[in-house]
Design a protein around this ligand. Structure first.
Ligand SMILES: [Zn+2]
Length: 152
């Protein structure tokens, strides 16, 4: 599965609140929220905040990013499958690209996305961080990998 970059930037805005709409008739959860259920065409949907807990389904590392987001490069974008069964596209945080795996357990946090220097506006959005910390692990794994290669 490939992640389309325009889709990433377009969907960033809807991540401010991790809210979904739930169909009152068939129970289908829609994220981003919809006003009409695409399953049963019901117009009565209620808003529900998602748990924010899930696992990485797929990810991509972007080294070249848009103006205003450069301080965050490289950005790891992931599609996270939440416990509720819906997929959310958002950047990962507090993790190095080499520590990201498909199936990594993550939880949503509200973080600064960008700062508009002229207007002094700070935009916040949802990011996902690993449930377990990777303080030294990445370096240790890298070191042992290097040693193995030298011996072979
Ligand atoms: Zn429905």
């Amino acid at each position: 599965m490939k992640i389309s970059v325009p889709r990433v930037w377009r969907e960033l805005k809807s991540h401010y609140l991790l809210e979904a709409s739930v169909c009152t008739k068939c129970g289908k959860i829609h994220y981003p929220p919809r006003t009409i259920c695409d399953n049963c065409k019901n117009h009565k949907l209620i808003r529900r905040k998602l748990s924010g807990e899930g696992e990485v389904l797929t990810y991509t590392v972007q080294y070249v990013v848009l103006e205003g987001y450069r301080e965050h490069a490289p950005i790891i974008f992931a599609i996270v499958k939440l416990k509720e069964g819906v997929n959310v596209l958002a950047p990962l945080t507090d993790v190095k690209p080499e520590n990201v795996r498909v199936g990594l357990k993550v939880t949503a946090v509200l973080r600064k996305i960008t700062e508009d220097g002229d207007l002094g506006l700070i935009k916040y959005g949802i990011k996902f961080k690993p449930m377990k910390e990777f303080r030294n692990e990445g370096n240790v794994a890298y070191e042992s990998e290097k040693r193995t290669r030298k011996n072979s």
